[in-house]
Design a protein around this ligand. Structure first.
Ligand SMILES: Cc1cc2nc3c(=O)[nH]c(=O)nc-3n(C[C@H](O)[C@H](O)[C@H](O)COP(=O)(O)O)c2cc1C
Length: 205
């Protein structure tokens, strides 16, 4: 009986190990999850017209979390995010950013660089790439939720930047890089095909 139990335990252990190694895909195996992630990237497109439906607080928080998961130079995370859902504030931003598409939007996430957290010296401007990476993550997370979104540039446009800072009460050490306009899409939009093999070089130019 003991021998039977021991053999059963050994067999169960081997099965467990086998199932663990089975569940670990090889680096290039396209699992359903891989396909879903790639599909989310390839089907994202800018959406500028929205229905009147609102976006849940939890959904918005997860989208901001996705923004904050972006890579930053030396992991400085030199950013701050302003989540705007009040109609009056959205309209105020629209008044100072004519291309913000906020008139029908349910929300905006303003991605800002924090000049007090940026790196010293020449690396200081990396805050722009850092906040750009966060902006793209936000677009992709919104798209994954079936929401529409569009990146509306703020920095370094001198005709837009001061107005956006003023209406949002942004302190002098904070610079808004983008307004990400969000809402439920009013219609479906086709992603643009941007694949141009001639823009890719292998091994060297
Ligand atoms: C830095 C930057 C600034 C942008 N500013 C605006 C803007 O002010 N208003 C707007 O409607 N779209 C803006 N866009 C969105 C682009 O127009 C859009 O991404 C581009 O046309 C490609 O289309 P797609 O997003 O559907 O792939 C901006 C995008 C980037 C990256």
């Amino acid at each position: 009986m003991n021998l039977f139990k021991t053999l059963a335990a050994v067999f169960a252990g081997i099965s467990l190990l086998a199932s663990c190694s089975d569940s670990k895909p090889s680096p290039e195996a396209a699992s359903d999850n891989t396909q879903a992630v790639i599909n989310n990237i390839m089907t994202r497109t800018s959406v500028r017209q929205f229905t009147s439906q609102t976006i849940g607080k939890d959904t918005l928080e997860t989208i901001v979390k996705a923004g904050m998961a972006a890579p930053t130079a030396v992991n400085a995370q030199p950013w701050a995010f302003i989540v705007v859902t009040e109609r009056e504030m959205l309209d105020s931003i629209a008044n100072v950013h004519p291309w913000s598409n906020l008139k029908t939007a349910a929300a905006a996430i303003v991605v800002c660089g924090d000049m007090e957290k940026k790196l010293e010296g020449m690396a200081g401007d990396y805050w722009i790439q850092d906040c750009s990476a966060a902006s793209e993550n936000i677009l992709l997370a919104a798209h994954a939720y079936g929401l529409g979104a569009v990146w509306c540039g703020v920095y370094p446009n001198p005709e837009i930047l001061p107005g956006v800072k003023r209406v949002l009460g942004i302190p002098s050490t904070i610079t808004p890089l983008s307004v990400i306009t969000l809402g439920h899409p009013a219609q479906s939009s086709e992603p643009k095909d941007k694949w141009k093999p001639e823009n890719v070089h292998y091994q060297r130019w």
